[in-house]
Design a protein around this ligand. Structure first.
Ligand SMILES: [Zn+2]
Length: 325
């Protein structure tokens, strides 16, 4: 048996999976839970270990069955030291925390760390939507817009931070982005930015069902499912904000394609996966006017591994580490 654990740590949720890498990457168990908003890195690490243990339980396994665990994390990840730093979207995680030490103590298996978006891109490249291609741009449309690159079969991280497609400038002097700059793609397409725009429009007395649905569902932010429900109710504001998001995605992705000419673009992330193929088609159409080689566009595909992409990427990383030892 080659049983590996994968954990995808996000700003809103922790997703864990137990994968049999020797049996065609089969998922034996998976669980998800909310990321603790209080208690800092220690509380988050403890919850991550618990969610993985719940996934093991579902698979009828225990921690001693794990050959290794791979973790995808936001922030600045240093796998040689085992640390994650500056994960600003996570509770009290502005400084550095040794996530590996905390998880290894709790799980008793070797833990490898990677960047969340890089791992999700790698999983789509190795076993997901892009497995027949050698060159891939992964675009993860969620709270922000993350990007990952595989060039000639190898991940491309530049000097460490390549792939920040969310901060491609799609409008000069445009909307304020969470990064402090203006006109970034994420300032139009990130779910966080879309929610801020919706709140401003409500303050201007515009009508929407977005926040009613949020309250009905007992949420405190506009999750992907809320956007989907508002669309189903033909909410004009939700439609307009999503159309603006798609236009920004079309601009930014097409610009990246003009530069890199990848064989494939995979669209994932919470919103991308929730809205699915009809919205991937809209993104294809929004890219088209900006493509320099418009008669020969790349394949633009919906992420095949869905919400489990990041966890699969973690399990793949852990199995690769174990083989290299
Ligand atoms: Zn930005």
């Amino acid at each position: 048996m080659a049983i590996y654990g994968g954990i995808d740590l996000g700003g809103t949720k922790i997703q864990a999976a137990v994968v049999d890498e020797a049996d065609n990457h089969q998922v034996l168990g998976h669980k998800r839970d909310q990321t603790p908003l209080k208690g800092g890195p220690k509380a988050i690490a403890a919850r991550m270990a618990e969610v993985l243990k719940e996934a093991l339980e579902e698979a009828g396994l225990k921690t001693s069955d794990l050959a290794g665990v791979g973790v995808g994390s936001p922030g600045s990840v240093d796998d040689s030291k085992g640390t994650v730093s500056g994960a600003m979207n996570l509770s009290e995680w502005a400084g550095s925390f040794n996530l590996r030490k905390a998880l290894e103590k709790d799980l008793g298996a070797p833990v490898s760390l990677g960047n969340d978006v890089d791992l999700a891109t790698d999983a789509e490249f190795e076993i997901g939507a892009a497995k027949q291609f050698q060159t891939l741009l992964g675009v993860f449309w969620g709270t922000g817009v993350g990007g990952g690159l595989v060039l000639q079969g190898k991940p491309w991280v530049g000097r460490g931070t390549a792939g920040e497609i969310g901060h491609m400038v799609v409008r000069v002097d445009g909307a304020q982005c969470g990064c402090g700059r203006r006109g970034c793609m994420e300032a139009y397409a990130g779910r966080g930015a879309m929610e801020a725009r919706a709140r401003r429009r409500v303050e201007q007395k515009e009508k929407t069902v977005l926040f009613e649905i949020m309250e009905e569902r007992g949420r405190d932010r506009l999750s992907s499912g809320i956007w989907e429900r508002a669309l189903a109710r033909d909410d004009q504001m939700a439609i307009e904000l999503l159309e603006d998001a798609v236009e920004a995605l079309g601009n930014g992705i097409a610009s990246a394609v003009n530069l890199l000419d990848p064989e494939a673009v995979v669209i994932g992330g919470g919103l991308g996966i929730r809205l699915g193929e009809p919205w991937v088609e809209r993104i294809r159409q929004a890219m088209h006017p900006h493509l320099f080689m418009d008669e020969h566009p790349p394949a633009v595909l919906l992420a095949e591994l869905g919400d489990l992409g990041g966890a699969h990427g973690g399990a793949l990383l852990a199995s690769r580490r174990a083989r290299a030892e």
